[in-house]
Design a protein around this ligand. Structure first.
Ligand code: XLS
Ligand code: CA
Ligand code: CA
Length: 438
């Protein structure tokens, strides 16, 4: 069997003094942080599409990175070599999970039946590799956005045949995810949205989408797939307006259609910023509603208005993300999937290692610092004090729902009201920075 990354041995932890770029400086899988090891906390996953299928194509240019494992013209050969390269890469990197779309594993064939047949062959090979390496499937999903048939949506298409095709594709993707022991299944609404309301029956599309998700829930039950179902919101791109805009909006949709008990959320940093939120905002909103399921760990570029899916190297942001995860009591059965790709000029295969190491180290440091901040209770204590007028007197009555407008009016009407306490934002930002500075 070919070896694709000959110059790379197993990436090991060498500590922050090491100058070796093919080593971890902060990610030490066995190191205990609180009651879990780093590996257990972080549950890193590699994205099959970005790292093994994509080859650096963008809107203006063709593929810039010809991956040797994708070079066979026969679709089965290509799928198998891609799989071999993927498991070699993940083993050497020491990542225990991957995520995949159905169409990352094999390219689409003439008919759905032929594609499914090819998938069955490749799945056998994937299963063998999983057993051999101990690498597991964090989540599976269906690609309902690349083929032109999905140009106007899949479960929100204007065409019933397209809807049926999408349903059949998700049916198969659920079967595969079950077969591979996937721990979650993700619905990212690829083109579930619209370009213009002039041609759109929004009500029908949303009803159809809800029915689609109900059918998926029913089918999962039928085949005994017990993995967690996740919605991945994104406000725009590829469509002008996507229905699953952000966590709050998608949660309202799930509640309206009685779907909320079946779904949690897969939250992507770059999608949060496209929605005008921080990553932490989306994680917080999900956490306090008990719907935080998994993370797509990446970052965007605030100077660009689109989804750049960069490796998450911003430690400040990672500290805040890990703070939410720790407060959530962990992320399992979800994980941290690097839905990130190397920049187009980073076209050599070795760049895939540098990129993942960068993201893993930056998140490992984020974990360590967030844990320290929590242990020291510095933010908790500040927030606790900020709201302390709700601990007694009229504040307590408000919280306990034991008051009303008339009582509040008579309480305040003659009182000289002072300003609320300072928000101290800069003080707090410096406090977090001081943990980073060490
Ligand atoms: C695209 C999405 C996609 C999902 C999986 O922006 O992030 O990659 O994570 O379909
Ligand atoms: Ca994603
Ligand atoms: Ca993305």
């Amino acid at each position: 069997m070919a070896e694709y990354f000959k110059e790379v041995k197993k990436i090991s932890f060498k500590g922050k003094e090491s100058k070796d770029p093919l080593a971890f400086h902060y990610y030490n899988p066995e190191e205990k942080i609180g009651d879990k090891t780093m590996e257990e906390h972080l549950r890193f996953s590699v994205a099959y599409w970005h790292t093994f299928a994509a080859e650096g194509r963008d809107m203006f240019g063709v593929e810039s990175a010809a991956r040797p494992w994708n070079s066979f013209s026969d679709p089965l050969d290509r799928a198998l070599t891609r799989c071999d390269a993927a498991f070699e890469f993940m083993s050497k990197l020491g990542v225990k999970y991957f995520c995949t779309h159905d169409r990352d594993l094999v390219d689409e064939q003439e008919t759905l039946r032929e594609t499914n047949k090819l998938l069955d062959k490749v799945i056998e090979h994937v299963k063998e590799k999983m057993e051999e390496t101990g690498i597991k499937l964090l989540w599976g999903t269906a690609n309902l956005f690349t083929h032109p048939r999905f140009m106007q949506g899949a479960a929100t298409s204007c065409d019933a045949d397209i809807y049926a095709y999408a349903a059949a594709q998700v049916k198969k993707a659920l079967e595969i995810t079950k077969e591979l022991g996937g721990e979650n299944y993700v619905f990212w609404g690829g083109r579930e949205g619209y370009e213009t309301l002039l041609n759109t029956n929004m009500e029908l599309e949303l009803n159809n989408l809800a029915n689609f998700l109900h059918m998926a829930v029913d089918y999962a039950k039928q085949i005994g797939f017990n993995g967690q179902f996740l919605i991945e919101p994104k406000p725009k791109e590829p469509t002008k307006h996507q229905y699953d805009f952000d966590v709050a909006n998608s949660y309202a949709f799930l509640q309206k259609y009685d779907l909320d008990k079946y779904f949690k959320f897969n939250i992507e940093a770059n999608h949060a910023t496209l929605a005008g939120h921080t990553f932490q905002h989306e994680l917080r909103y999900a956490r306090i509603n008990n719907i935080l399921g998994s993370l797509d760990a990446n970052m965007g570029d605030l100077l660009l208005g689109w989804d750049t899916d960069q490796f998450p190297t911003n430690v400040f942001e990672n500290v805040l993300a890990m703070y939410e995860i720790l407060k959530n009591g962990g992320i399992a059965p979800g994980g941290l999937n690097f839905d990130s790709h190397v920049r187009r000029p980073s076209y050599e295969d070795i760049d895939l290692f540098y990129a993942h190491i960068a993201g893993m180290d930056a998140f490992a440091l984020g974990l360590k610092l967030a844990n320290k901040i929590l242990e020291d209770k510095v933010l908790d204590e500040f927030v606790e004090k900020r709201y302390n007028t709700f601990n007694s007197g009229v504040g307590k009555k408000i919280v306990d729902e034991e008051t009303n407008f008339e009582e509040l009016e008579s309480y305040i009407i003659d009182k000289k009201v002072s300003l609320p306490k300072s928000g101290r934002q800069e003080y707090l930002e410096n406090l977090v920075n001081r943990y980073i500075f060490g």
